[in-house]
Design a binder for this molecule. Sequence first.
Ligand code: BES
Ligand code: ZN
Ligand code: ZN
Length: 507
Amino acid sequence: MEIKAQRRPFHELDVEVLCMVVFEAETPENTPLMAQLNERTNGVIGSLLASSELRGKPDEITYIHQPAHMRSRRILLVGGGKQEHWSPDGVRRAAGTAARYLKSRGVKSMGFFCRPEWAPEASARAAVEGVLLGLFDVGTYKTQEKDDRFLEDVVIATDEGSLDALERALHRGQILAKATNFARNLVNEPSSILTPTELASRAGEMASRFSLDIEILDEQQMRDLGMGALLAVARGSDEPAKLIILRYAPEEGQAGQRAPVAFVGKGITFDSGGISLKPSKGMEQMKYDMAGGAAVLGAMRAIGQLRPAIPVMGLVPAAENMPSGRAQKPGDVVRSLSGKTIEVINTDAEGRLILADALTYACRLGASQVVDLATLTGACVVALGSVYAAVMGNDESFLAEVIRAGEAAGERLWRLPLDEAYRDQLKSEIADLKNIGGRKAGAITAASFLSEFVQGVPWAHIDIAGTAWLEEKKPYLAAGPTGVGVRTLVHLAEQLAQTRSSPTGRG
Ligand code: BES
Ligand code: ZN
Ligand code: ZN
């Protein structure tokens, strides 16, 4: 598929189908663009509106054939909802809805018109992201009904701003969307294929393709270092654990000497619960328990291409959580890399164990700021559902940066209170802390546990248990892995590169 930028009025776009957003309550009388469209369709828009067939509701689709005075053969109007709720995320959604609809009809060429009142760069970027994210398909292993229809040409157009800026926006949007789809592909893989070893090898291929350094620690190396918490989780599995470490460094003189920001992602390739076995209903979903790790790999991929002026490390502790005669058991006490001892009350709270050692290691490697992403708790799903990811941390201004990055990316983050008082729930009689904090505030006690392993460094934790997997498809997105977190991390790296290089930045 080829994606091109064009700067010209909508009626001059030479595409099979031209897509445009219509908001609620728009009419040819109150909106100049609708008036033009009405004229160029010989009044079809007006009559669609009069019959309320066209209402501009979110994701609503109206297909118009052979518009009289336009170069495109058809028009696809996509509802944008209420204009006052509009954001670049709305463009992403509308473009995704359009692309999925047209692909399913076998259309080969589409144009998407960014309306003149929208911020040109942000909306063009969101439009490309919407198209590429919308077209992602999870049917990798289908042999019978494989969908062979695909869009060949996509034009993103506007008649405002410079063509240069538009092209830059498309370039960035493609990098971000492809990185997100890369993560979605990893998450989609069954755990029989995507073992920790396979995840490490895919990270290796990606690293060499996008000029990143990679180091993969095996179990012996982790044992020598003292990563007792991570290794305890892997003990029940025949698949050996890996710790994937990726490094991006900007060019010399480009702030390369500064300490890196570290992204750490939970990489449990399958979470059976271990000896604290999960119920079988829905257990198949637990192949997505490495979505945080996949997001970190996706973000590093994009960072390797965008090359921001800040060094970045990506760490993915990867393991499979299985029951067996060798598995860790409730009541065991493990010694983490930090030296702190942990009483394992529930082997299903394994994510925090592998993250504990990875976070400690990120700090040892000299990280100046740390963000971790993890499908960490069912409690987070209960609290925020599949709309917002939870974010918590130990530093006000860093948290504000992370939330701002989420906004720029169109990924919703909601802060939960990581109050000292929750730490009491993790008190153990026998060890420094235990790995679960009871039924109350499960997403917070999990974060409180993690906070023990990142002292002295600004840190944010994002729980993506509810947002990493979409249970039912949307008009703009397939069901399955969402790739959440990739874009937030990339935007964050770019923001940090800016604040650090500016004279007022905290450096
Ligand atoms: N991977 C799960 C969390 C999860 C649940 C992710 C649902 C996605 C959807 C995690 O390892 C887990 O099992 N957490 C337990 C913690 C509990 C034992 C304290 C949970 O949330 O039930
Ligand atoms: Zn678990
Ligand atoms: Zn888990």
